[in-house]
Design a protein around this ligand. Structure first.
Ligand SMILES: O=C(O)c1ccccc1NCC(=O)[C@H](O)[C@H](O)COP(=O)(O)O
Length: 279
């Protein structure tokens, strides 16, 4: 039986609002996928037995921008953003424009994404690909490797610290990079563990959807130096990236700012040129 999230022995927190809805729906989807596909079929996939691209190497490569460019069709806060976009075409343009990594939403119900979008992005890119989803079960980590992802996301407002440690250990054993997402200091302090590669400060409060880049500036000094530091959400100006870099961030996760345009790849190209020339 699936654990109920209000159960004290549950591996999940109960953050409330949309996150509880997302978790409840995701648990049903995972149960169905386990029955329909199963772990052994995932492990037989051609992409499962591969060496992942290193997030560290790509983020620190001087010829790249540090931007993790996101393919995001819709979101709970904005509704539909760009539901007709082509995952292969857009993400290839992101990479050509200097993205250090690609993020692909694979949640269908709340973000209009899919595993197919990630497989398409993988097939045309040779930089790290982040599976942007709500990871609640080991099955999804094995699935992430099998569909071509290099990075998984663990969200501290959803997962209890012992669950984060367990999932990070599994991801590492599969050669995946792990990004821990926090929004506030208490989440960072209770969730940090050795098997993580990167800490992302989400500037968006996932309960009320308010966004402030100040969260990144407030937390950057609290992140130990051995972890990559990534600022996530609400970034739309090149000046903000320069300020975040000065503050110590290595990576910048940007979705809506590109995806809201008719040609997201061209928007990333233009942004990247402005970043290089400092305009
Ligand atoms: O974006 C949302 O509305 C949202 C709602 C609930 C949970 C997660 C949500 N977004 C995931 C993200 O963190 C963003 O897609 C990502 O950081 C990019 O943000 P942005 O550049 O603001 O699109």
């Amino acid at each position: 039986m699936l654990p109920h999230i209000s159960d004290p022995s549950s591996p999940f927190k109960q953050p409330g609002g949309i996150l509880d809805e997302i978790v409840a729906n995701k648990l049903i989807e995972i149960k169905e996928a386990r029955l329909k596909v199963g772990v052994s079929r995932l492990e037989e996939s051609e992409l499962f037995d591969r060496k992942c691209y290193s997030l560290r190497q790509s983020l620190l490569a001087p010829e790249r921008t540090g931007i993790i460019a996101e393919f995001k069709r819709a979101s709970p806060s904005k509704g539909i953003i760009n539901d007709q976009a082509d995952a292969a075409g857009v993400t290839r343009q992101y990479a050509d424009a200097g993205a250090s990594a690609i993020s692909v939403l694979t949640d269908r119900e709340f973000f209009g994404g899919s595993i197919k979008d990630l497989i398409e992005a993988r097939s045309v890119n040779n930089i790290p690909v982040l599976r942007k989803d709500f990871i609640l079960d080991e099955y999804q980590i094995i699935e992430a490797k099998a569909i071509g992802a290099d990075i998984i996301l663990l969200i501290a407002s959803v997962l209890k610290p012992h669950t984060i440690a367990r999932f990070a250990q599994l991801a590492k054993s599969l050669g995946l990079n792990t990004l821990l997402e926090v929004h506030k200091l208490s989440e960072l302090e209770e969730s940090i563990c050795a098997d993580l590669d990167a800490i992302g400060v989400n500037n968006r409060n996932l309960s009320d959807f308010s966004v402030s880049v100040q969260h990144s500036f407030d937390l950057v000094e609290k992140i130990p130096g051995n972890f990559l530091k990534i600022s996530e959400s609400g970034i739309s100006k090149t000046e903000t990236i320069l300020e975040l870099k000065d503050a110590g961030f290595n990576g910048f996760l940007i979705g809506e700012n590109f995806m809201k345009e008719a040609d997201p790849g061209a928007a990333m190209q233009e942004f990247s040129s402005r970043l290089k020339t400092g305009r």
